[in-house]
Ligand binder design. Structure first.
Ligand code: J2J
Length: 554
């Protein structure tokens, strides 16, 4: 029987029954996914991380043992939420499947998240444990996790996967600093916990348009439907090798078709923490990578690198680009440079994912962001009053379907605005729909900045800056950027008599405030007053189109 978690907005029962009857929801679970892969392809390499490789059998066994550690040592039980903050390393995959084995719910955060987001997320989710690494990219995540633990009562522990407690490591026959793989090896495998496919499989984070990030509860049934179909659409098979160079926890990297699509297809996942052209394209060559998900700034960096011409990229079948609008000029360079298909991906952690298909004509691949996954994805393109606009005209995208949530987790007030009464999610994207259903993203109606695929709610950055003693008023907007698409610009009105702080000082202040690194403004502009709209609200449209020459003193 399903284990309801309070605050999850369910699919209406008759709708769920239809998705089951239609064969979309098959009753599969994350744990079942790995077990099946291990049973059918035990020797096949599942994960490559640096010099380490794990077969499906090893991954399955280690996940079972890690589940023992999580349950025995940390008391993690079915339905409980566990914050996972890990980079692109094998332990991420291991921990997600270990939690799945217990029916526990990973909350997937990014390494760039800091105290402010983590605290809010842990609080909202009532997380019981934080799993991270002591250091990621030079930052002390062990200390950060303990800080979060200190201010969120539900969190009763921190598990550092590279430095499992000395006493436990000793009792498990491992050594300090040995890493979770070594520590769990001698443990027995956890007994099977019954998990319902209607249970929440994981919590994803929304890009957010408000002061606080929203959590997205995805069920096994709905998530795995999108994963299976994504794997099929992207041509994944046993031969597939997917390079995860962008943050692994991102919904794109996880499920479109991503990590889970690879396991579904019994392919191989190649992980790297170094997305640089030399690092990533070197791995493509070394491991004969066939498919790689990217965001525009990443693919631009690769295109502009020497390695694009010198590395052996003949194994590549598909370069996926999504998360932010891909400019046509960049799109045109991809197939010639990489000698493979370009696939545009327009998706969202809330659900709906669109792909250009591998056999689409060139014009479609260059000029659209693709077609929805499912015939049961309802897509509406509407005007300000929710009335459908004629095909071919721009409008706001509303959607609902077999893998799109019906509401954010524990956010009833926000849900009243973000969803229509009949369950459509208001994506906040402006699109044009072609006669055949292909969508082109033409803009955005939501208050959000898309910085190269990372989503930022201006309100959150504004609130953080308003806490600064010298700041009287502030408005944060996106400013056009060749590579990132948009960067973050803060217009700051100082208190009377305050000298303009240096940009580095403001950044340091925001870091101390606990703001995620990618949300920190790229540019500070000090202004006398913020432009106001007729009703006294700040006129963001005007700020967004203002020239970006005024910079803070660096
Ligand atoms: C323009 N805007 C895009 C695109 C997403 C696959 C791929 C991406 C995401 C993702 C994802 C875009 N062109 N090709 O979850 O599974 C913007 C839209 C959208 C928002 C969602 C996946 N692809 N976007 O990016 O939850 O504004 O998911 O509503 O991070 O990114 O962001 P996110």
């Amino acid at each position: 029987a399903p284990l309801p978690i309070d605050g999850v907005v369910p699919y209406p029962p008759e709708v769920a029954a239809h998705y089951r009857a239609a064969g979309h929801w098959t009753g599969a679970t994350l744990d079942g996914l790995l077990r099946e892969a291990a049973a059918q392809e035990p020797q096949q390499v599942a994960v490559i991380d640096g010099e380490r490789a794990l077969s499906y059998r090893e991954l399955d066994e280690l996940a079972g043992r890690a589940a023992t550690l999580l349950a025995g040592r940390h008391g993690v039980a079915r339905g409980e939420r566990v914050l996972v903050q890990l980079p692109n390393v094998a332990e991420f995959v291991l921990v997600v499947f270990a939690l799945a084995r217990l029916g526990a719910v990973p909350v997937l955060t990014l390494p760039a998240h800091r105290r402010s987001d983590l605290r809010h997320i842990a609080q909202t989710a009532d997380a019981v444990l934080i799993v991270t690494r002591s250091v990621i990219a030079g930052f002390d995540h062990g200390a950060l996790a303990r800080e979060v633990q200190g201010c969120v009562p539900s969190v009763h522990g921190v598990l550092l996967v590279d430095d499992v407690d000395a006493d436990h490591a000793a009792s498990a026959g491992g050594r300090r600093g040995a890493g979770i793989v070594e520590v769990v090896r001698p443990l027995p495998e956890a007994p099977t916990v019954p998990v319902s496919p209607a249970d929440v499989a994981l919590l994803q984070l929304s890009g957010g348009t408000t002061g606080t990030p929203k959590l997205i509860a995805r069920t096994h049934d709905d998530y795995l439907y999108s994963v299976r179909e994504s794997a099929r659409i992207c041509g994944l098979g046993r031969h597939s090798r997917l390079l995860a160079a962008m943050p692994i926890a991102h919904n794109f990297t996880m499920s479109s078709p991503g990590v889970l699509g690879v396991v579904h297809a019994r392919g191989t996942l190649v992980l790297t923490q170094d997305p640089s052209p030399a690092g990533a394209l070197g791995l493509v060559e070394r491991h004969r990578v066939t498919i790689v998900p990217t965001v525009p700034p990443l693919v631009i960096a690769w295109l502009n690198s020497a390695q694009a011409a010198t590395a052996d990229l003949t194994s590549l079948e598909v370069v996926q680009v999504g998360g932010a609008k891909l400019s046509r000029s960049v799109a045109e360079r991809i197939e010639p440079a990489f000698g493979c298909r370009l696939q545009q991906v327009f998706g969202m952690a809330e659900g709906l994912v669109n792909y250009t298909r591998l056999d689409d004509d060139r014009e479609t691949v260059l000029s659209t962001q693709g077609l929805r996954i499912s015939p049961d994805d309802d897509v509406l393109v509407v005007d300000e009053r929710d009335r459908p606009v004629p095909r071919g005209t721009a409008g706001a995208l509303l959607t609902r379907g077999p893998y799109t949530i019906r509401g954010y987790f524990r956010a009833p007030e926000h849900n009243a605005r973000a969803f229509t009464p009949d369950g459509f999610y208001r994506t906040g994207d402006l699109v044009v729909e072609r006669e055949d259903g292909y969508l082109t993203v033409v803009g955005r109606s939501k208050d959000q900045i898309n910085r190269g695929g990372e989503k930022i709610a201006p309100e959150e950055v504004e609130n953080a800056l308003l806490a600064h003693p010298d700041v009287h008023d502030v408005s944060v907007t996106g400013a056009p950027d060749e590579v990132l698409g948009e960067r973050v610009r803060a217009h700051v009105v100082l208190r009377d008599g305050a000298a303009p702080p240096r940009a580095v000082e403001l950044r340091r202040f925001l870091a101390a405030h606990g703001l995620a690194t990618y949300k920190t403004p790229d540019v500070f502009a000090f202004v006398e007053a913020l432009p106001a709209t007729g009703v006294g609200k700040v006129d963001r449209r005007r700020l967004a189109s203002a020239p970006s020459t005024s910079r803070g003193r660096a």
